[in-house]
Design a protein around this ligand. Structure first.
Ligand SMILES: CC(C)(COP(=O)(O)OP(=O)(O)OC[C@H]1O[C@@H](n2cnc3c(N)ncnc32)[C@H](O)[C@@H]1OP(=O)(O)O)[C@@H](O)C(=O)NCCC(=O)NCCS
Length: 445
């Protein structure tokens, strides 16, 4: 996940390339502007013109590990002769490596039981310290409740919550996780593992531990007879199936400017900025209310029907909807529009706060992330305006949205600004014949 510098969208439209950067959110979500790493500079592949804008690496950049993996290869971009589907067929389970991959001798594998409060706290504390990079004013902090939500969906495998401990101190020094997910790719529903929360202790970086973690989670996924995976990264490591742009809507501009997350635009005063982003006190759509357990069947139908139009989308059933969308305080918030006992619209967002480093006045920036939104009766713009209103009421400072699904239709009108962050979506061992546009993606993670 995620975003960073806020760039004013209208400035970008006016001045083309010389977009004006409006803020300096020095969170870790500045994958491009932060380090300008050679391996993060992207260009559009000339052979992929038909495939929208598939980013690729300069020829000089190599990925020794990723080039050995079953992910989209840069050299294959634009080659329409390659078939869509698994790159390699499933292997008989008896041929899957039964023993874990070797770790350097001071370390050992461990399985993390997120249902144990102690272990959940251990993973939480590890990610809190080691997930954010040093030197930033804002650090993303996943709460314990968020980790349980993200890592324990229906049918999850505890064996896919993988830690590495130092043998002597028993301290956690690395973590990676997978959760099962059904993803529909065009007409095929494919069982996949969604891989997330890869993290290595700051002192163990650049020692090639990440590839061992990735290979071990792949092995454990294979042992469940699952051969495909999906993951998203702010960086280019192979050929993504699509690259999405983050947009950001300020809800509490005064705090965001005070805390250094954003800054005043040229010729703007604080009063004018506050007025520009002001929202009504109450939602506008009649029948707008929080989603409840009894809504699960109707919401599932609504969501499945909506997602069926996108090339690649999550295949939700009722159990998934109950888990991923039923409101959980400080994790996920979902609302429906009900008219004459019929659920016609759905909107939702999840939350991951940013911890503010060294600020005398503020400790967190409360961030909400747009999740799944379906509008069949209300206009999507009005529905999302209500999302802004409820998220502001709930105390969020900012709402992020990716340009997936139909999100582009409301971003500018609702005063979202361009964020200097993208999210690249990847499939492992599944080839798409052509890349997707962000608006053809029905997945958020
Ligand atoms: C991401 C992280 C685990 C990488 O660790 P590292 O010590 O820099 O990397 P290693 O030396 O172990 O391994 C390098 C290899 O792993 C790959 N790699 C590094 N980070 C990766 C990531 N997030 N996803 C996939 N592959 C990654 C590199 O591309 C490289 O392979 P290559 O030679 O094919 O390019 C580490 O930087 C970290 O914990 N960061 C903070 C948390 C984070 O940002 N997680 C990722 C997003 S959820």
């Amino acid at each position: 996940m995620k975003p960073s510098d806020v760039v004013n969208a209208s400035d970008r439209a006016e001045h083309g390339k010389s977009s004006q950067i409006q803020s300096q959110n020095m969170s870790q979500f500045q994958p491009i502007s932060k380090e300008k790493k050679a391996d993060q500079i992207v260009e559009v592949n000339p052979v992929a013109k038909d495939d929208t804008s598939v980013p690729r690496l300069p020829n000089s950049v190599t990925h020794k590990f990723w080039e050995t993996q079953l992910v989209g290869k840069f050299k294959d971009i634009g080659d329409k002769s390659l078939p869509e589907g698994p790159v390699e067929p499933a292997t008989p389970l008896s041929e899957v490596k039964q023993e874990p991959y070797n770790l350097p001798s001071p370390y050992e594998w461990t399985t993390c039981d997120l249902n144990s409060d102690d272990m959940c706290s251990e993973v939480y504390n590890f990610l809190k310290v080691h997930h954010p990079d040093d030197g930033y004013l804002f650090e993303e902090t996943y709460s314990r409740e968020f980790l349980r939500w993200a890592l324990c969906p229906p049918g999850y495998h505890q064996s896919w919550h993988i830690g590495v401990r130092a043998k002597t101190s028993k301290k956690l020094v690395a973590f990676i996780s997978g959760v099962p997910e059904r993803i529909r790719v065009h007409d095929e529903v494919v069982k996949m593992a969604k891989i997330n929360f890869l993290c290595v202790h700051k002192k163990l970086r650049s020692k090639r531990l990440a590839p061992v973690m990735i290979k071990e989670v792949t092995r454990l996924v294979h042992l469940q007879n699952i051969w495909q995976a999906a993951y998203s990264l702010p960086d280019i490591r192979a050929t993504p199936v699509t690259t999405c742009q983050y947009w950001v809507r300020m809800l509490n501009p005064k705090k965001l400017i005070d805390v250094g997350f954003s800054c005043l635009r040229d010729r703007m005063t604080m009063n004018r900025t506050v007025k520009l982003y002001k929202l009504p006190d109450a939602t506008i759509t009649p029948g707008f209310r929080e989603m409840e357990q009894r809504d699960v069947p109707a919401v599932t139908r609504l969501l499945r029907n909506y997602l069926s139009q996108f090339g690649v989308a999550t295949d939700f059933d009722e159990n998934d909807v109950e888990h991923w969308l039923l409101p959980r305080e400080n994790v996920v918030y979902s609302y429906v529009v009900e008219t004459h006992d019929v659920i016609t619209d759905l909107c939702s967002f999840y939350t991951v706060p940013l911890t503010v480093v060294c600020n005398p006045k503020y400790t967190t920036v409360e961030c909400a992330y747009s999740y799944y939104n379906v509008a069949t009766k209300t206009s999507l713009t009005q529905l999302m305006n209500d999302v802004l209103i409820v998220s502001k009421q709930k105390g969020f400072d900012v709402l992020y949205a990716l340009d997936v699904m139909h999100n582009e239709s409301f971003l500018k009108e609702l005063k979202f600004d361009l964020a200097d962050a993208q999210m690249h979506y990847y499939l492992y061992n599944y080839r798409l014949r052509t890349a997707l546009k962000p608006s053809e993606l029905g997945i958020v993670f």
